[in-house]
Design a protein around this ligand. Sequence first.
Ligand code: ATP
Ligand code: MG
Length: 323
Amino acid sequence: MENAGTDAAIVVEKLERTYPGGLKAVDGVDLIVASGEIYGFLGPNGAGKSTTVRILTTLLRPTGGHATVAGYDVVSEASQVRRSIGVALQEAALDPLMTGRELLQLQGALHGLRRPESKTRASELLERVDLVAASDRLLNTYSGGMRRRLDLAMALVHRPSVLFLDEPTTGLDPVSRASLWRELESLNDEGTTIFLTTQYLEEAEQLADRVGIIDHGRIVAEGTPQELGRLVGEPGLYVKLIDETQTDRAREALAEHGAVSDREAGGLTIRTALGARAIAPIVRSLDEAQIEVDAVEVEEPTLDDVFLAVTGHRAEDDAVDEG
Ligand SMILES: Nc1ncnc2c1ncn2[C@@H]1O[C@H](COP(=O)(O)OP(=O)(O)OP(=O)(O)O)[C@@H](O)[C@H]1O
Ligand SMILES: [Mg+2]
């Protein structure tokens, strides 16, 4: 199959996967990821993210359509694809009775590295993902964040040009999440193309150059994080008052800053294109009107908000009976 883009790392055309029983988990997905890009594949539970990743990483055959990764067809050139990619799957099972270092060396051996090479590579990667101190401990003593970092190191052993990560930060605390993000950014700076799935709009926003939103096996929106954010409309600022009897006066005082709506007694939302930059002027207006403020917060749009804007329904409303 020909490569559609001149410098595309991933080309997906009309991809389909019907599971036995008839469920179409992937239903005609088209996408192109440029070499060197970070592509965020965003969607709720059951949207078809893992199924797509499993097809692109040659672990599952498509029932329709085509895909190439690093220029190779995922079905007819699966072994070349496997040599070009690194994969960290959602349900990675690590042997709890091995150490991080042993597992990395084993991974090196599986990729054909000789013993001294695989030792050196393991040490480099342990350093890279900040696991040197824990490297000789058994995996059953690792935290969730440490496991995800080891998953990443395992995926990097053979220096892949394209990296697939299925929900790499699900379940991690904010600090571990941020440290993984930094690691992925630095890999990307070195030229690695990254395809990552996530349920967090915030993660896609932080990391991805472009984002595709998948719902019921179809891409329902695609664009830069800024473009997707704009689909939700102007950012909201939430203003909480100390004294809720001042709500009416606050509504008047805030009208000059944007469209004001009530959220609860003593709580208002203001939509303004300025976003966080409107906080200082808002506080000043309230101050001048002698209204006491408890808090002003930016209301970040969630995946659910974008979802609603694009599909007209909330991601949780997906309890569709497929029968
Ligand atoms: N082996 C399978 N056999 C039958 N149906 C499956 C199989 N694997 C997944 N599915 C179904 O296919 C749909 C897509 O699943 P998939 O795992 O790709 O979703 P996902 O977007 O990765 O979800 P999550 O965020 O929960 O990981 C779901 O309805 C799921 O139940
Ligand atoms: Mg999944």
